[in-house]
Write a protein of this length. Sequence first.
Length: 376
Amino acid sequence: MPRIALFAGDGIGPEVIAEAVKALRAVEGRSGETFEFVPLAIGGDALDRFGLPIRQSDIDLAGNADAALLGAVGGPAWDAVEPALRPERGLLQIRHALGLFANLRPVHVLPALVQNSPLRAEIVEHVDLLVVRELTGGIYFGRPSRRWVSARGRSAVDTLRYRDDEIERVVRLAYELARTRRGRLTSVDKSNVLRTSQLWREVVDELREEYADVETEHILVDAMAMHLIQNPGRFDVIVTENMFGDILTDEASVLSGSIGLLPSASLSDKVGMQPGTRYGLYEPIHGSAPDLAGKGRANPAGAILSGAMLLRWSLGMPDLARKIEQAVSNVIASGVRTIDIAERDVAAVSTAEFGDEVVRHVTERGAATRITSPAE
Ligand code: IPM
Ligand code: MN
């Protein structure tokens, strides 16, 4: 019986996770399995209940499950908390502890939402890219990381550090993924300034011969920020370090029409039960959106699609993943939309209504099975 750890987290996290669970339950019957959901605590939720942004016992429980699904962490309620206990620490800690080194963030534009992007239709309509963000190294984890006061004033330091093997494993995965897609890899760095980026580029260049069937290019991160909105359709797989990936994926989410739509998978190299599967933690890329929390206004699509990625990457159930992806796409195309992507003059539905509609499409007999959106 596949076990799925659930970290609802903070803000809109619990609302969107509830809808993701509904969608997974809706396809469960077809899988021939029963999913066991294990609710665990992270972020401000864990801090309030247990005094820590995540407990080691919950990390262990999540690591022993087949996969984990997470909502979001953080919010103004915990702004004054000391840095080591901030809700975000819980997320960084579990990513690190479970070796979730590769964060896959697919971005494509549903035909029905081409008009929702602030960019012109001809710029966004052919976007189908996958950002592979290194997730357990770089400046979010480097030591020292601290601040101090001296006679000259307040200072702070963070450390950006990478080892070649940390770069190699994520670049390899990106190459493997490029092979299953359009065979193009864009590596993003800041090698005109940073030593870590020079090492990054060197490692990519060492690997590129092994993957000669994939076309490799290097782009500096500042230029990349520009290309992403000028000509996003030219990219296939983009691989980059932790912080650049964090920033560029928020930017890329704008292409899709709403950050609420985008899922992600954070994969480790721990193999799963089915061939080709791995352990992973799945989460929408949006944050906890405290201003929307508890109002039923959040878009659960990113969380539901994260559930689909979970089925594909950790449980080896790609057909069911596609079923959910197709349902989300059909629901949006039918005009049933949350406020962030609502059509003019059409009332927005609530978070739960959107989820219900996805369930209805998934369970409907003979529901459309044509695949209009690329899966990853
Ligand atoms: C994300 C988030 C996290 C990150 C924060 C909450 C630690 O922004 O998943 O992109 O920076 O990785
Ligand atoms: Mn982020």
